[in-house]
Design a protein around this ligand. Structure first.
Ligand SMILES: [Zn+2]
Length: 256
């Protein structure tokens, strides 16, 4: 059974355009420049695994006609990865059971402190989520729909973020540094999906030149750039990239 990955969103924290209509250097006539906040769906049969609950989750699910979610993995606690969590309620109503979410200790305590009503039965609404501490190796789904994952801790400014490796693909949406131990785990992938915020350096995200340096070390067959800021117009960026490196766009679906 084939595994697919869909980019639900590939934009930086404020999206492109921003809420005030600012497009930066992006050509507003190119639909590929319309970017919601970072999130992907990994699917195999009916096993639909969501990475992060962006503030755009509802519109992302509607646009991509995603009718169910089996589990949710989190990369880190920042608002652009977590604040769409409310939109998971529909899957509790639909499946009549709690949805399993997986995250590291810091992200789980952030979610439990700020969205406690999802984890504790309150007076009005039942708890809808099961919080699971992330392991370094795990699998989700059953039988033919099973997907194996490896999680790695990566640097994202002052905090750590989680990168996920599955089906010869890595997804690292927020990162500014990869250790040697990380690089060893990322060699010779089919798809390397990586944070590439902008051309200029940034304290918590990779810039384009930094990504190109990483590629020399790990030599993936294909690289897809995500977490793209409004500095990066799709066509201008594409022209500057090697043939096997492409910018993501919302709605991009790939067979892994
Ligand atoms: Zn972040």
């Amino acid at each position: 059974m084939n595994t697919f990955l869909t980019f639900l969103g590939c934009g930086s924290s404020m999206g492109v355009p921003r809420a005030d209509g600012y497009w930066g250097f992006c050509d507003k006539k190119n639909i590929k420049n319309y970017r919601t906040r970072c999130s992907v769906l990994i699917s195999k049969g009916n096993n639909n695994i969501l990475i992060d609950t962006s503030p755009d989750l509802r519109s992302q699910l509607l646009r991509n006609k995603i009718k169910n979610i089996s589990s949710v993995l989190y990369t880190h606690k920042h608002a652009d990865q977590t604040h769409g969590i409310n939109d998971l309620r529909v899957f509790f109503l639909k499946n009549k059971k709690k949805l399993n979410i997986y995250a590291d200790k810091t992200t789980l305590s952030y979610l439990k402190n700020n969205f406690s009503y999802f984890f504790n039965d309150g007076t009005e609404y039942p708890a809808i989520l099961n919080a699971n501490k992330l392991k370094s190796n795990f699998s989700l789904g059953s039988k033919k729909e099973l997907i194996k994952f490896r999680s790695i801790k990566v640097r994202h400014g002052k905090i750590n973020s989680i990168g996920y490796i599955f089906a010869n693909t890595a997804y690292i949406s927020d990162c500014n540094e990869l250790s040697n131990s990380n690089l060893n785990k990322l060699k010779n992938l089919k798809y390397f999906i990586i944070d590439c915020l902008r051309f200029n350096p940034h304290p918590s995200h990779f810039s384009l030149d930094e990504v190109l340096d990483v590629l020399k070390e790990i030599k993936p067959a294909n690289t897809i750039l995500t977490n793209l800021h409004s500095d990066l117009d799709y066509n201008i960026l594409l022209q500057k990239l090697p043939i096997n490196v492409k910018p993501a766009f919302d709605g991009l679906k790939m067979q892994l």
